[in-house]
Every structure is written in C-alpha cells, then in structure tokens.
Write a protein that binds this ligand. Structure first.
Ligand SMILES: Nc1ncnc2c1ncn2[C@@H]1O[C@H](COP(=O)(O)OP(=O)(O)OP(=O)(O)O)[C@@H](O)[C@H]1O
Ligand SMILES: [Mg+2]
Length: 450
C-alpha cells in the first residue's frame, strides 16, 4: 500500500528533481567539476521518504564487511544481527561505475544522503542505479521484516480506526518445507510454484494478470495443511492473515478486512466448507443472545451475510487493482463438500492434497524427530503403512521423545503399535468424523500458534 505508492511518488519526484539537479549541475559542472551530486532527504515535503530508508538499508548492508565501526541492531530474535556502519562515506560500484554516498544533515536538521558520481555515468546512475538501490534496500528490509500472524476482530468491536480490524502477534513458527513430510516431488513442485510467484512481478505485469495466487489445501485432519501454510510464510517471509469468516456479518465487512491487509501476505481461510454453507450463506452461529436481541438478529440476518460470491468477487475483482503480491489459501477436510465455483481452476491456482502418511513421508519425520535415515524396524512400518491409514500428526506424536533422551527403538515400536491398533479398527470414516468434531476452530488456531 503506502510504501509502494510512496516509492512511486518518490521515483516520480526524483525524476523531476533529477532534471532540476541535472540542469543545475550541467551548468556548474562545466565550469568547476566533472562530478554530479544528488541529494536525498529523510523527509520530502514533511512526509517520510521511504526511499531514504531503503537507501539506508542498502548502504548498511553494502559495506558491513569492510567497515570498522559497526552498529548492530537486532530486528528479530531469530533473524540474527543487522549490521550498520557508522562511517559517513561509502563507495559503491555498479556496472563498472563508481559512486560515492555521503550521509549528512540538511539545514533543517533532517538527515540526507548525497550521491556523487562522474557526469559521464549520469545516464546509468539516474536510469538504473538509483532504482536498483531502492529495490535492493526494500528487499533487504523485507528479509528482516518481522512476520506477523493477524486475526480479524469481531466486527462488533470495530471502531473507526483501521487498526481495530485485525489484531496480531509476532509469527515465529518453526515449520519449514524441509521438515514437512510429504511426497518429495509434490513438495518441490509447490516450492517452485511459490518461488516463481514471489519473483513474478514482471511476468504478471506482462501477462496482464493480478499478482496473486490461490492455493487450496485439502485432506484429512492432521495431515499438515496448517503446517504448510506456516512453511509458506517462512519461505517467503510473508505475514499471515487468518480470516475468520464467522466473526463478520456481511460482504462489505469482508471487503474492509481484505483491503486492510498488506502486500506480501498470505490470506488464510481455514475450513472453508464450515465457514460458508453451500447456498452461499454464512453458517448459523450458536447464539446466546437474549430472545429480544435474537429477534433483531434474525431480521438482520436476512440481508446481511457473507456470501460465496461476495468472497470470490472480491478475490477476483478489487484486488486485481491493487497490484501487490498476495497469496490466498483455503483449507478444507472435505473437498467434495465445496461449491464447484470456489474451486474452479483459475480461482485456486493450485489444488494441493495432503494425505495420510506414506512411507516416504514417514522417512522425513523419522529424520526430523529421531535423526534416523534407516532402521531395521522401517521395513515393518513400510508394510503396515500400506495396509492402514495414519495421519502424519499421529506419526509425529509417536515419534516425539517421551523422556529426556531420544529413544529410536521405543518410538518406532510405539508407532508400530499404533499402526496395528488402527489396522484392527476398521472404521476410519467414523473415526475421522469424530475427530473433526473434536478439532474445533479454537483448537486449530491454538495449534497454529504453538
Ligand atoms: N505433513 C506433515 N509433516 C510434518 N509434520 C506434520 C505433517 N502433518 C502434520 N504434522 C504434525 O502434526 C501437527 C498437526 O498438523 P496440522 O495442524 O498441520 O494439520 P492440519 O492438516 O492443518 O489438520 P486440520 O485439518 O485438523 O486443521 C503439526 O503441528 C505437525 O507437527
Ligand atoms: Mg489445520
């Protein structure tokens, strides 16, 4: 939102300023010096200049290895130190061109950067170098960005400020694609898709499509859908917006929420089949309102609910106009229950099935939990896994260490017992249903956090 606009504005104003600087410089240079100077101020017309911050980040990263005086700041605990140099002058080289940056302050006391370069390299500096610096700086900033997990507040609690729509906590989930147990080929396909998407700015522009991508994750409980979302966020350094549809009343509230999300984010709607019923109306909530309020509510409900078409239109429509990268993820336990309109190709770009644990997936878990590549008991587990269905979550539970020490034999035997127990009970459908009921939304949200 604001950042990109600010940078666009900045670039525009830079171009205007440049022509001014150039005209001015041209005159002076011819007489005094072969060098051109451009000044960047921390504030432009009393508005914070985001490009200034990007330049600062870029320069900070540029010369840390050479600098003698380093100022370290820790952006996020897990992200290591970001080093900044305190020296005021930095030399940089770009496509064989030498430039110098010098930091200072202007007459009002705002901080500035002065960029100096030879006038024969003026074209390359003004045409591409400055933009390169701003973009590099932005991408370094993005890498150091703190990820957040947002949840929408019930619309009854909204006030006029935008901040009341979503509440957030810092997102520090350890999930990664490396530790995700699933078919390695499928995993790679998804990874490539995500990376291509996040680097696809120019491509999406070229083909005239909005820079967004939809993933539908489906599969039984405990197969890694939520874990994959966390892994996606970690991979791309995106924040997560966990959209709870039952906490809002109608499509216009939905629109408000979605427009208040930032770019580089993943918008998640878990259990889409439970959030919207098939006629497109929102699922009735159990209410503990008094009877009078109940009546009012019922009247209201006729004209106000979140509809499937409202959701889809928004995702297809307005967002296309804001031109920033966003990922939408829907999850469900029951693919068959979903409205075909929702899962039509093109709407959800990729359908990803997460399923019961295969032997391949088990090996990843064994590596994660027990640090094992092979073990005599693997054979038995392999054959048992072919005969029965077990969710990766249940496998993981058995492989977790029970005491202080990792006990591979004990854990694998536990798993074998669990598999044999499952094999005897031949009622997987019933079992799943019961599990579904037990895993309420709260529980899922809870698990996402811990
Ligand atoms: N494919 C997997 N790879 C690694 N760990 C997994 C996988 N699936 C499940 N787990 C483990 O099981 C736990 C529960 O999994 P997760 O919450 O991702 O399941 P889910 O598919 O979202 O289930 P639900 O449909 O109930 O929301 C995770 O915290 C993780 O430790
Ligand atoms: Mg889940």
């Amino acid at each position: 939102g604001h950042l990109t606009i600010a940078i666009k504005e900045f670039l525009l104003s830079t171009i205007q300023q440049l022509s001014f600087v150039q005209r001015f410089s041209d005159r002076s240079i011819n007489f005094f010096s072969p060098y051109v100077e451009i000044n960047f101020s921390q504030y432009e017309d009393f508005q914070f200049n985001h490009a200034f911050a990007a330049i600062e980040t870029y320069l900070g990263a540029k010369a840390t290895d050479k600098a003698k005086h380093l100022k370290a700041s820790q952006v996020q605990e897990s992200k290591g130190l970001v080093l900044k140099r305190e020296e005021t002058k930095v030399r940089d080289e770009y496509e064989g061109v030498n430039v110098w940056w010098e930091s200072g302050t202007d007459t009002i006391g705002f901080r500035t950067f002065k960029l100096t370069f030879h006038r024969r390299s003026r074209d390359i500096v003004t045409d591409s170098y400055i933009q390169y610096v701003v973009e590099e700086g932005k991408s370094i900033q993005a890498k150091n960005k703190k990820m957040k997990l947002f949840t929408n507040n019930p619309s009854s609690q909204w006030d006029s400020s935008k901040t009341s729509l979503w509440r957030y906590i810092d997102f520090e989930h350890p999930a990664s694609f490396q530790t995700l147990a699933m078919d390695p080929k499928k995993k790679e396909e998804i990874l490539n898709d995500l990376v291509a998407f996040s680097n696809g700015k120019d491509y999406y522009k070229k083909i005239g499509k909005a820079w967004k991508r939809g993933y539908l994750l489906y599969g039984p409980p405990g197969t890694g859908k939520s874990t994959m979302i966390a892994a996606m966020a970690n991979l791309l350094n995106y924040s997560i917006y966990d959209l709870e549809l039952t906490a809002i009343q109608n499509n216009s509230e939905l629109r408000k929420l979605l427009t208040a999300t930032s770019s580089k984010s993943i918008i998640v709607i878990e259990d889409i089949d439970c959030s919207l019923d098939l006629t497109g109306k929102r699922v009735k909530k159990e209410s503990n309102l008094t009877s009078l309020e109940d009546g009012e509510k019922a009247k209201e409900e006729d004209k106000s609910f979140v509809t499937l078409s409202g959701l889809l239109n928004f995702i297809d429509g307005i967002w296309s106009a804001c031109g920033q990268e966003r990922i939408v993820v829907f999850t469900t336990n029951h693919l068959a229950k979903l409205d075909p309109a929702l899962i039509r190709r093109g709407r959800m770009d990729m359908h990803i099935e997460l399923s019961y644990c295969t032997f391949e997936a088990f090996k990843i878990l064994a590596k994660n939990y027990l640090d094992l590549d092979s073990h005599p008991l693997f054979k038995k587990i392999e054959s048992l896994m072919k005969e029965t269905k077990i969710a990766p979550a249940d496998v993981a539970e058995n492989l977790m260490k029970k005491n202080r020490e990792i006990d591979a034999d004990g854990s694998l035997n536990d798993l074998i017992q669990a598999l044999e127990k499952k094999k005897k009970k031949i009622q997987p459908a019933q079992l799943d249903e019961q599990k579904d009921k037990n895993r309420g939304k709260m529980f899922k949200a809870f698990r996402m956090l811990f």
